[in-house]
Write a protein that binds this ligand. Structure first.
Ligand SMILES: *[C@@H]1O[C@H](CO)[C@@H](O)[C@H](O)[C@H]1NC(C)=O
Ligand SMILES: *[C@@H]1O[C@H](CO)[C@@H](O)[C@H](O)[C@H]1NC(C)=O
Ligand SMILES: *[C@@H]1O[C@H](CO)[C@@H](O)[C@H](O)[C@H]1NC(C)=O
Length: 320
């Protein structure tokens, strides 16, 4: 229900082109079946059909959740090997396989939506990918979890959308989402660093506007921006900024980690409200932003890069 998810996925593909990130997988945490198709369209544009995609296949989310016009536009008008969630595995399977294959304490997870997949991962049992439980696998492999969600130091009765899952959602789906947020924030292994990127951080960072004039019409990220915002208008950068922090670190993205805020995030599993609870030092912190213009420009620079496989001229267009 926003376009900054698209911006984050295009941006991380550009980071991969630069050798700044090795993107192990992208998993859909909501129910609309065409969303996995959008991920595939974006990855295909960047020449990454091989990147694993998964989708949440658990219970508790309405299959009739709304989605935006760009979802249908991209899946119907751009080539991609995957059109919908029926063609991808369960996210838990994708997560476990991706984590099991990596060095210990090496993986960054950027969480830019609701927490259905992460909850299922943490609760998962040993399988053919790993003899470890989901909790132990996360503890062993994950270096950092960057979370777009919540408000800091507190949401004050007005929960942030990813934490409550309540925007555009029916009550039962929102209840599933809020419970998942509380589960994940209170059950992450304490040795995993968590950086919370609050509503207030990304809201004033605008990105994607330049993309509508720097990129060709064939670029599906540009098309999604125009469908959502119209031309030459930037959008709040909650998801791309969080993902950029996961890859480059806070200090390299005109941000810093809160230094005088020992304690942990506490989330109400009924409402999705959160507050920072002062206490002993933990591996949890939240993000502060210092230069909204520079942060937005860093994202726009990445979005305006021509995909690497198109630069070299070796791209073979996808044929259905
Ligand atoms: C999902 O995509 C496949 C492949 O294009 C298609 O055959 C199937 O009908 C689609 N399913 C739905 C529910 O749209
Ligand atoms: C923070 O993480 C490190 C490992 O990265 C761990 O040794 C330490 O115990 C953790 N701190 C807390 C308070 O859990
Ligand atoms: C962060 O910035 C420093 C200084 O410019 C640079 O050396 C480092 O490689 C950057 N780290 C990442 C992950 O981009």
């Amino acid at each position: 229900m926003d376009v900054d998810d698209v911006v984050a996925i295009c941006m991380v593909n550009a980071l991969a082109d630069n050798g700044e990130a090795d993107v192990l997988a992208i998993v859909q945490n909501t129910s609309p079946e065409k969303c996995a198709g959008v991920v595939s369209v974006l990855n295909h544009y960047y020449g990454r059909d091989s990147m694993p995609i998964g989708a949440f296949k658990g219970s508790g989310l309405s299959p009739d959740a709304p989605f935006l016009p760009y979802v249908t536009e991209l899946v119907e008008n751009w080539p991609s090997p995957i059109k919908n969630t029926s063609q991808v595995p369960n996210s838990v399977d994708v997560y476990r396989k991706a984590l099991a294959g990596q060095a210990d304490h090496s993986v960054a997870i950027s969480s830019i939506g609701i927490f259905t997949n992460l909850e299922a991962l943490l609760k998962s049992a040993p399988d053919e990918h790993s003899p470890l439980s989901g909790y132990d696998l996360v503890a062993q492999k994950v270096k950092i979890l960057a979370v777009m969600g919540g408000k800091y130091p507190e949401s004050n009765g007005q929960p942030e959308c990813n934490f409550c899952g309540c925007a555009h959602a029916d009550e039962a789906s929102a209840a599933t989402a809020a419970a998942a947020t509380a589960y994940v924030t209170s059950h992450m292994p304490p040795e995993v660093k968590i950086i919370f990127s609050g509503f207030e951080v990304g809201v004033d960072v605008k990105s994607g506007g330049r993309l509508t004039s720097c990129a060709p019409e064939s670029n599906p990220c540009r098309a999604a921006m125009i469908s959502y915002m119209g031309p030459n208008k930037g959008r709040c950068s909650w998801d791309p900024l969080t993902t950029l922090v996961a890859v480059r670190g806070a200090a390299n993205v005109s941000c810093s980690e809160c230094t005088n805020c020992d304690g942990v995030n506490s989330v109400d599993g009924k409402t999705g409200n959160n507050e920072w609870v002062s206490g002993p030092t933990s591996n949890q912190t939240y993000l502060l932003i210092h230069d909204i213009e520079a942060a937005g420009a860093a994202i726009d620079d990445l979005l305006c890069q021509t995909p690497k496989h198109l630069q070299s001229g070796v791209h073979q267009p996808y044929v259905a």
